[in-house]
Design a binder for this molecule. Structure first.
Ligand code: HEM
Length: 507
């Protein structure tokens, strides 16, 4: 039978077919494709040699369910626990909890090996509101230029200039807590959020959001939290043609709302740049603004995009760890006693607590490190994608378009990296010989490489100052209402429930 005759026969069959027959045929074709592709992925795909659950290799659906339920971190941890340090978690994704992987996935890798460095996985990373990207979404060239400009704003010199401003809000926090303490259970998450948003508002916009003063969330901040949840959902939809179409329509509907949200940043940054600061002090623009207009400087659009980014990246994370730290202290009374002793014996009063002296406290630093390990603010992997020539990770060539990722949550909770991994033991960071076998190189809460955390030094200073100043003045006691608080869902960042504590002010 010739091809022409066969095609004519097929066309005639189709035109004579009833609607149910057409639907049935369509269903059979789609199902057959789904099954055949799944079988290929499990047995013949270049990643088929990596261990992992067959269902995850077969289809992306289990990964999507994990994201939808806000449980990707727990799912990946379970896969690593069962299958090892390098596992396949989706048809195109390899996850690593081997500390060696950091430099290949996020760092500069091995320049002599086959392929080149993985890039951000844009589909999974999201996008900015306008066409001008912030650091987080900028392509490599623009990213390096902006990082160079912002490095001065986050340098030691700049941080020293910003110290009085940071301390001002922590002192305001203490004042608020002192007022609230006699009322019984306080939601401490709220107050740490108020503090870090007020600090960052002043650093990025040149003025506070006044949340500590008003004792309530600014509506703009409340919206920011909502967006994070929505974006997890949108990320999931990007994978399928039908839902991708839906996302585009939804984005068009949301565009006005997103633009209005973004306009707040535009107005604040314009005001700061054109009129200067409303109050005394040095902020993130103090050193950057000299460069505006110069070739290597930032455009206004880039200033807006990055100020918007700082308001998310530099707030939630630090508030999360400050709350997590208080929780872990209450759950570990011996550690808490030792930490309070160090802080209260070192500093006679609040005025003595500053960036330099807090930096030098060994136990405080160990306690914070251990908090970042057992309760990392960026628990989920930030997925990277291998480029057209692929990448070599730990000696293994990964083909193009493979997602490679490092989940901090699973990395830090693995006994292959840390002894008594689920326990909170700051002594492991102080040379305690029980933990000689710990793989300390696994611990990278701020990531590594050219796109690591720009604000890590600021974050460290802020975390240390908050912990030292607040716990110098107050004794915290966990309310039974908040037991198990660290067991949280994740939609991009940790979804923190209120954390109720009783506070006793010592002065
Ligand atoms: C405990 C607090 C913090 C943690 C754990 C943290 C962690 C991280 C991590 C893991 C990344 C890399 C994300 C990726 O690979 O896509 C990152 C990026 C970033 N962080 Fe932080 N961060 C913290 C606080 C801050 C603060 C206070 C700022 C100040 C504005 C900040 C600004 C940024 C920026 C701008 C980026 C993007 C850098 C780039 O793409 O070049 N972070 N952070």
């Amino acid at each position: 039978m010739s091809t022409a005759t066969a095609s004519a026969g097929l066309v005639s069959q189709l035109t004579n077919a009833s609607i149910p027959q057409i639907f049935l045929s369509f269903f059979v074709i789609v199902t057959a494709r789904f099954i055949l592709r799944g079988i290929y992925r499990i047995y013949f795909h270049p990643l088929s040699k990596y261990p992992g659950p067959k269902l995850h290799a077969f289809t992306r659906i289990p990964q999507m369910i994990g994201l939808w339920k806000g449980e990707p971190h727990r799912r990946i941890e379970a896969i690593h626990a069962k299958y090892g340090r390098v596992v396949r978690t989706a048809p195109d994704e390899i996850s690593y909890i081997d500390p060696e992987a950091w430099k290949f996935v996020h760092g500069h890798g091995d320049t002599k090996a086959r392929g080149s460095r993985p890039q951000k996985h844009w589909i999974r990373s999201g996008n900015d509101v306008t066409d001008t990207p912030s650091l987080l979404f900028a392509p490599t060239g623009a990213h390096s230029r902006m990082r160079r400009v912002f490095n001065s704003a986050f340098s030691d010199r700049s941080l020293k200039l910003q110290e009085p401003l940071i301390v001002k809000y922590i002192d305001l926090l203490r004042e608020r807590l002192r007022e609230k303490a006699p009322q019984g259970d306080i939601d401490i998450v709220k107050y740490f959020n108020f503090t870090t948003f007020d600090v960052m508002g002043d650093l990025a916009f040149g003025e506070s959001l006044h949340m500590l003063n008003n004792d309530e969330y600014d509506p703009w901040v409340a919206n920011t939290f909502e967006y994070l949840k929505t974006f997890t959902f949108l990320e999931m939809c990007q994978y399928y043609a039908v839902t991708r179409y839906g996302v585009r329509q939804l984005m068009k509907l949301m565009a006005k709302q997103r633009q209005a949200h973004f306009q707040y940043t535009v107005d604040k940054v314009n005001k700061r740049v054109d009129q200067g600061r409303a109050t005394d002090g040095h902020d993130l623009w103090t050193l950057v603004l000299d460069k505006e207009g110069k070739r290597e400087g930032l455009s206004r659009g880039e200033m807006f995009a990055n100020a918007n980014l700082f308001m998310v990246a530099g707030t939630e994370t630090t508030a999360t760890i400050s709350a997590g730290f208080a929780y872990l202290m209450c759950k570990n009374p011996e550690v808490y006693a030792k930490f309070r002793k160090e802080v209260r014996e070192t500093f006679k009063n609040q005025d003595e607590i500053n960036i330099e002296r807090a930096q030098a406290l060994p136990y405080l630093n160990a306690c914070l490190k251990e908090a970042l390990r057992v309760y990392p603010p960026v628990s989920n992997a930030q997925p990277m994608l291998t480029p057209v020539d692929g990448t070599t990770v730990m000696g293994e060539y990964m083909p193009p378009n493979t997602v490679v990722s490092i989940p901090q949550y699973a990395m830090y909770r693995s006994e292959t990296n840390f002894k008594y991994a689920l326990e909170y033991i700051p002594e492991r960071w102080l040379g305690d010989e029980r933990f000689e076998s710990d793989n300390k190189k696994a611990f990278e809460p701020f990531h590594v490489g050219p796109r690591d955390c720009l604000g890590k030094n600021l974050a460290w200073h802020e975390m240390r100052l908050i912990a030292a100043k607040v716990h110098h003045q107050f004794d915290f006691e966990l309310s039974p209402l908040s037991d198990g608080w660290t067991d949280q869902k994740i939609f991009i960042l940790n979804q923190k429930e209120p954390l109720y504590m009783k506070l006793k002010a010592l002065y």
